[in-house]
Design a protein around this ligand. Structure first.
Ligand SMILES: [Zn+2]
Length: 179
């Protein structure tokens, strides 16, 4: 019998729940169920969530391997953006136009601590909201449903670790490429 999976991709806990369910299916030796869940995640989650999912699963495997060696895993960086592609780190819009520098910080996520990176990219709308210090507006812009615990922790961390004003760059270029 195939159990109905009641997960909404718009909910922040969706990814977390999916990761936990795949892990517990694997722990039970039920590979068929694990693959079914992964396929479901790919179909429902879209590209960005699939990339996050893959990275989280890889980080958990790495953590388990580290634990098996009696070590702790170092913090792990994840990104929803495809290779060479930039996204607004607040609302995930493509083609951000500025970034804000931050002192890198860790965020507790499914399976461990994830690193914020030292730049937060922003689309024109999120740049305005950051510069206006309008965090209520940011929450509305991102959408209350998508603005889950992970987003709140990231935005809170951003506010505490931001180092300066917006740094503009040439539209269509990727400042990450020259680092
Ligand atoms: Zn944005």
């Amino acid at each position: 019998m195939t159990e109905r999976i009641d997960l909404d991709p718009a909910d922040a806990p969706w990814l977390h729940t999916l990761v936990q369910r795949v892990r517990s299916a694997r722990a039970d030796g039920d590979d068929e169920e694990a693959s079914r869940l992964v396929e479901y995640g790919r179909a429902e989650g879209g590209d960005a969530l699939t990339r996050l999912f893959d990275q989280i699963m890889a980080s958990l495997d790495e953590r388990d391997a580290a634990h098996a060696r009696g070590e702790t895993m170092p913090p792990f960086a994840i990104s929803a953006a495809a290779e060479g592609q930039l996204e607004c780190d607040f609302c995930a819009a493509l083609n951000p136009t500025v970034y804000f520098e931050v002192t890198e910080f860790g965020v507790q996520g499914p399976g461990g601590t994830f690193l914020s990176g030292d730049r937060f990219y922003a689309c024109p709308r999120c740049r305005q909201l950051v510069e206006a210090d309008d965090w209520k507006g940011m929450r509305e812009w991102i959408g209350p449903k998508r603005f889950g615990l992970g987003s709140r922790m990231l935005v809170m961390g951003f506010r505490q670790h931001r180092k300066g004003g917006a740094v503009e760059f040439e539209p269509g270029t990727n400042p990450e490429a020259s680092r």
